[in-house]
Design a protein around this ligand. Structure first.
Ligand code: GRF
Length: 195
């Protein structure tokens, strides 16, 4: 089957842009936030977009059903979370076993959740980094695909650190997605082997 990516977004979409620039096969971009700048990036590149606002649904299952319908409708084979601020359930993930990845701006398992860059900066770490992982039903807990470390500069501001991490994200996410769709990832428990 030819790979077709569904990219889920919630915000400005610079990671989506990196996927577009890498010419990865994106079939559809879905946002849970109407008016997310990421949608304009997709439309600008001629990629179909959909908005599925989680607030419009009575349950998480109903929200995910709507997501699945759009993804299936576009023949999506793999899902990329690129700044998507919702946690997905087992039921959704079972539709794409080991075929959903997420980008997170810290060296997991340190600093999961929202604003990892600020968490790491506030903590005073000397090294942080970026992780791309397979998605499970936890928050930033899935098996690690790619990870790269970044030393924090002496006296560096949080914004400076954030910008350097973002550049790293834009390199790591397309690389991991390419490995995924080229079927070069083999998961064995928590370990992901790159073949
Ligand atoms: C990125 O830092 C990503 O790692 C995090 O949310 C941010 C999204 O940025 N999960 P963008 O929308 O891709 O510009």
């Amino acid at each position: 089957m030819k790979p077709a990516l569904g990219v889920l977004v919630s915000g400005r979409g610079t990671n989506l842009q990196a996927l577009i620039d890498a010419r990865l096969p994106i079939a559809v971009v879905v946002s849970n936030v109407a008016g997310a700048p990421a949608l304009e990036r997709a439309s600008g590149a001629g990629i179909p977009v959909a908005v599925i606002d989680h607030k419009a649904f009575g349950s998480r299952a109903a929200f995910e059903d709507a997501l699945l319908e759009v993804l299936r409708g576009h023949g999506v084979t793999h899902v990329v979370l690129a700044g998507f601020m919702r946690v997905l359930t087992e039921r959704f993930l079972a539709e794409f076993p080991d075929r959903v990845v997420n980008i997170h701006p810290s060296l997991l398992p340190a600093f999961p959740g929202v604003d990892a860059q600020k968490q790491a900066h506030d903590y005073g770490v000397k090294v942080t980094g970026v992780t791309v992982h397979l998605v499970d039903a936890g928050t930033d807990t899935g098996p690690i695909v790619l990870q790269e470390a970044l030393p924090v500069h002496e006296g560096e501001s949080c914004d400076g650190l954030r910008a350097r991490l973002l550049e790293m994200e834009h390199r790591l996410l397309p690389a991991a997605v390419r490995l995924l769709i080229e079927r070069r990832l083999q998961r064995d428990g928590r370990r992901v082997r790159i073949g």
